[in-house]
Ligand binder design. Structure first.
Ligand SMILES: C[S@@+](CC[C@H](N)C(=O)[O-])C[C@H]1O[C@@H](n2cnc3c(N)ncnc32)[C@H](O)[C@@H]1O
Length: 181
């Protein structure tokens, strides 16, 4: 499965080509909440894709580790960080998240945008420092057809109910949560 995923995403990112510098920005679900994100500390971006969100965090001043299963995406993310002058604050690695989170220190910000793996929810919470910021968005069944890669109504919010909710939403096929430990 992981190998199939890798190939599929590699093909997708090869077709897309290098992301434009102008595409650097907060993950779309959190565009209205940029002020909540800190400007220092460590961040982990799970399934970071081409790195637009990770490079945005690095530009804010965070030290960012982005991981993704696609070597093509990771190479594009490294190039983007280089072009944007924040390579010294970014690390990007090819990681399969199916077996779990890669080992690492606690982080101040954890972003997981448009990647669903319910088994990661508890490890994600444990990975955050006290007061750390969680930003998770996944596909949702709300206003969309049901499917194995979509969260059911209320599932995402319930998964992180123990956290202090800053904002959460669900609709138009997407669910997202912004919260602190
Ligand atoms: C919809 S994209 C989201 C990318 C990025 N977070 C964004 O918002 O633009 C889903 C990402 O999950 C990655 N992915 C899929 N399966 C994975 C796995 N098992 N481990 C790590 N990353 C995976 C893909 O390579 C892809 O970059």
């Amino acid at each position: 499965m992981a190998e199939q995923d890798r190939r599929r995403w590699d093909e997708r990112y090869t077709d897309l080509g290098a992301p434009a510098d102008a595409a650097v920005g907060p993950p779309s679900a959190f565009a209205g909440y940029t002020d909540v994100f800190p400007t220092a500390g460590k961040a982990l971006d799970l399934a970071c894709g081409q790195g637009q969100g990770a490079v945005w965090l690095a530009r804010r001043g965070l030290q960012v580790w982005g991981v993704d299963i696609s070597p093509v995406a990771i190479e594009q993310a490294r190039d983007l960080a280089e072009r944007c002058g924040v390579a010294d604050r970014c690390r990007f690695d090819v990681v399969d998240l199916e077996p779990g989170l890669p080992p690492g220190p606690p982080v101040d910000v954890l972003v997981c945008h448009k990647f669903l793996n319910r088994r990661l929810y508890q490890p994600i919470v444990k990975r955050l420092v006290p007061g750390g910021l969680l930003a998770v968005a996944v596909l949702s069944e709300v206003d969309a057809a049901a499917g194995p890669f979509r969260a059911g109504r209320g599932q995402l919010r319930a998964a992180f109910a123990e956290l202090h909710m800053i904002a959460a939403g669900e609709g138009q096929g997407e669910a997202w949560v912004l919260a602190r430990t």
